[in-house]
Design a protein around this ligand. Structure first.
Ligand code: KG4
Ligand code: ZN
Length: 347
């Protein structure tokens, strides 16, 4: 089965072609256009602008993903459109699209494009929950996680802990009460004048710290529930910045303290959940799971569980994870019944 998948939940426009056979799921092509550089100037995402960029990028990105799936580079010639159409018609069996959660304007671009393709070419279409897709990014390639497992989704918009019994059977254990982990990193990055999104920069700067000089609180560390809270961390960082002179070393120290406070609580609650639910497997997903320190600390702490994280390029938003999620849970829906659902969550 070969699937074309489309992801437009936020400021990335993604299209990918994936293949599933007896050996598993393989990515044939994966294309991403990001408006992150535009948003870097404003220090955050402007939804209207993100949606406009989606409109501009969606057709070229899908066309390139289709051409690359047959090993053809786009020459941007008039014949590209015909070649892409032929590939879609002849080689692609179905479509997957992110239904939510996300920004309404951005989601609508992907959903309506996918529905049009499904209608015009009579291909089955599978709507996908972006959050679950972050977890199913781990099912790309040869080594995939066994069920049951504890799943941690850590991204710019979400921090959720789940227990997965099987592919379609899962239980939500807890999530953030306010800011997501990635959101906290990005907001603190903004206070420190780091480029948006700040996660990768904070990771690099934290690595430079040999002697940690400051410590921030890991919120809800002692709370028994599997909930998180990260908005207080931003306030703590802000207070520190107001009272102290910022030089390069101090910025690195704040990055280290921020990253440590976030990772400590993510690791503790995930390992506690794995123990409580008797899971020998922990699966990470979402942009923050690109963080090597998080992965390493999770591996060191989870003595009784094997830890899986997606390949780095499939941690942050991409269309391959959407295709993988659809291929793992192949439940097509009539195109007329599919709607963008910005507030989509679990259940
Ligand atoms: O999953 P994602 O691409 O988008 C959402 O669905 O939200 O996650 C984006 C988030 C941003 O907050 C970004 O700062 C964070 O992932 N991020 C990282 C790293 N790379 C991206 N956080 C920590 N370390 C990284 N290496
Ligand atoms: Zn995401």
């Amino acid at each position: 089965m070969r699937i074309l998948s489309i992801e437009t939940s936020c400021d990335e426009t993604g299209a990918a072609v994936l293949e599933k056979d007896n050996e598993g799921i393989r990515v044939i092509s994966n294309v991403i256009a990001s408006s992150a550089q535009i948003h870097a100037k404003t220090g955050g995402i402007i939804p209207e602008q993100a949606a406009r960029m989606q409109v501009e990028s969606i057709i070229p990105v899908i066309r390139l993903a289709l051409l690359e799936s047959e090993g053809k580079d786009s020459e941007n010639s008039a014949s590209d459109a015909i070649r892409a159409k032929n590939i879609f018609e002849q080689k692609i069996d179905s479509i997957a699209v992110t239904q939510g959660p996300g920004l309404v304007g951005s989601l609508l671009v992907g959903v309506e494009t996918a529905k049009t393709l499904s209608f015009a070419f009579k291909k089955p279409i599978v709507p996908v929950n972006h959050l679950l897709a972050h977890i199913f990014a781990n099912f790309i390639g040869d080594t995939t996680p066994p069920f049951p497992f504890t799943g941690l989704i850590v991204s710019g918009g979400h921090t959720d802990l789940l227990y997965f019994k099987s592919i379609g059977q899962f239980e939500w254990l807890g999530g953030t009460r306010d800011d997501a982990a990635g959101e906290a990193l990005d907001k603190i990055g903004r206070i420190l004048n780091l480029p948006y999104p700040a996660g990768p920069d904070i990771e690099k700067r934290a690595k430079l710290v040999i002697n940690p000089e400051i410590k921030f609180q890991s919120p809800l560390m002692k709370d028994e529930k599997f909930d998180f809270s990260f908005s207080g961390l931003k306030a703590e960082a802000m207070r520190f910045v107001e009272k102290n002179k910022l030089n390069d070393n101090m910025i690195n120290q704040i990055c280290y303290a921020t990253q440590k406070a976030i990772i400590d609580v993510l690791v503790k609650k995930t390992v506690d959940a794995a123990e409580k639910f008797n899971c020998q497997t922990i699966v990470l997903g979402g942009g923050v799971s690109a963080n090597q320190t998080l992965i390493e600390q999770m591996k060191e702490t989870a003595k009784n569980a094997e830890v899986f994280a997606p390949e780095k390029k499939y941690s942050t938003d991409n269309a391959s994870m959407i295709g993988a999620c659809a291929l793992m849970n192949f439940k097509p829906v009539e195109w007329k019944k599919i709607k963008a659902i910005p507030e989509l969550y679990f259940g």
